[in-house]
Design a protein around this ligand. Sequence first.
Ligand SMILES: *Cc1c(COP(=O)(O)O)cnc(C)c1O
Length: 357
Amino acid sequence: MSAVTARIDTDALRHNLGQIRKRAPASKIMAVIKANAYGHGIVPIAQALTEANSLAVARIEEAVQLRDAGISSPIVLLEGVQSPDELTLVARHRLEMVVHCQEQITMLEQQGGAIADLWLKLDAGMNRLGFVPGEFLEAHRRLVKLSPAGRSPGLMSHFSSADHAQSETSGIQLKIFLETTAGLPGERSLANSAGILDIPASHLDWVRPGLSLYGVSPLAGKSAQDLNLRPAMRFSTWLVATRNLATGDTAGYGCRWRADRPTRLGIAACGYGDGYPWALPDGAPLRVEGAPACLAGAVSMDMIAIDLGADSEAQVGDEVLLWGEAGLPVEDIAAAAGTISYELLCRVSQRVEREIV
Ligand SMILES: *Cc1c(COP(=O)(O)O)cnc(C)c1O
């Protein structure tokens, strides 16, 4: 019997890709699979996303891993490269790269240029990566000389607040991006998942979905179901022990939880060592063989305790759903733990078995 499993539903992934295409029918799709495809497993996810127009990762190691696995799709390095050695890998593995700072342009000029398709990044207000509007045209002029013949550098930026409904900031950043790139040749890309779902004017030539591909809502107040997205990860484990408790009995480290009535407690094989968040409070929702149940006490490294209720007939070996169905989405677990779905997905640890279906 295996313990903790992240079952990855590639049909759901393709369904979500189809939904994104419907939302942005005139745009090409750069599927974002950084951070081990948001914890889903980078190689199988890349293999399932052959319908995407390109793939995007944050680090060159991720791109090399994809090429070594035989993935031949275009791959974009969202942070570009940091050294001449990495530039050699870009050429060898036919990668595209984002150029976001002077140091990168200088590096490209020093090695002679024209080794890869380039994307020039504008900082439209997030103040993370990219050239500010006043430096953008000069950077563009230099990049044009470094691009393969006949290939204009792509033009991209990133929203800081697209996930907040009615954010004025996104409108301002879209305007800055369009004004700064006006009249330049080259394809434009701005929208992440929230932009795709909430700001049609930001779709442009390429959209860059991450979270929505995995069937998770990026928008506060809208569920994945509302958006017609299906969760691609089902995170589950098993009961490894049960016991009956009397009123006043406690469970787990620090005796945080105390039974307020006689009840049955289940111990499940899953803890923060698997990526189930320690920050969850008592009462956080779970499902045992489909029946609602509650977390009881602090999450341990390898185990959790579950209040099953006095009448429960749950047994060792029963399935415990941690998140990943419409009634128990990762969005709710993240909210209960005081974090975001992105972090919980990325934190699903190495030892969790990814079962690809
Ligand atoms: C991570 C990332 C995305 C995808 O964002 P989601 O909110 O997950 O859709 C898009 N563009 C860039 C530059 C990113 O770093």
